[in-house]
Design a protein around this ligand. Structure first.
Ligand code: 5GP
Ligand code: MG
Length: 173
């Protein structure tokens, strides 16, 4: 496997876009408190950078889920970490690395809704709409990308490449 250069999205472009997203989020939510829920592990750097651009009071929590596609079924989503802060009545923003088929995020949003937040919004750094199976649409999208497997800025391939500062396509040698 090798990382393709130049990156699909540069480190500077990521930071500039995060500034714009923060501006949009602040405009939509006003100055009211926001509970940010980062989806691990891929959303780690995005959540950390977005959080620092938001000026309203924010709390931070984490969620971790893995999706297993069954042979016939829609697949099951196993949650291995759940927010510890009560989200009932809160304005909640889920922060994701990438929206692909939408399976994982769809399941997470369904389960988070059961906690009865006042508002539940979704922010994803990357969106691959051509791959979507589950009818899910993010409220905030950093970059819409083609159907390529990408790594960097939190996104991995077998736990490698998360530390790259930019987003790169990955291709077999
Ligand atoms: P879903 O199909 O449920 O929308 O996506 C599930 C997960 O697959 C994402 O959260 C992400 O971890 C992984 N994924 C999907 N597309 C990519 C990609 O292009 N690169 C990497 N590193 N992970 C991806
Ligand atoms: Mg992954």
């Amino acid at each position: 496997m090798h990382v393709i250069d130049p990156p699909l999205v540069s480190a500077a472009a990521i930071q500039a876009r995060i500034g714009e997203l923060a501006f949009e989020i602040e405009a939509d939510f006003g100055g009211s408190p926001l509970a940010l829920v980062c989806v691990l592990k891929g959303g780690l750097f995005f959540a950390a950078d977005l959080l620092r651009q938001l000026s309203m009071p924010v709390s931070l929590d984490f969620i971790r889920a893995q999706s297993y596609a069954g042979r016939h079924s829609k697949g099951t989503v196993e949650v291995s970490l759940w927010p510890s802060i009560p989200l009932h009545g809160e304005a909640v923003l889920i922060v994701e690395d990438i929206l692909d088929t939408g399976r994982t995020t769809d399941a997470l949003m369904t389960r988070l809704r059961e906690l009865r937040p006042a508002r539940l919004a979704l922010c994803t750094l990357l969106d691959k709409p051509s791959r979507r199976i589950f009818p899910i649409k993010a409220d905030y999208v950093g970059f819409t990308i083609p159907d390529r497997f990408v790594v960097g800025y939190g996104l991995d391939c077998d736990e490698r490449y998360r530390n790259l500062p930019a987003i790169h396509a990955l291709e077999p040698d």
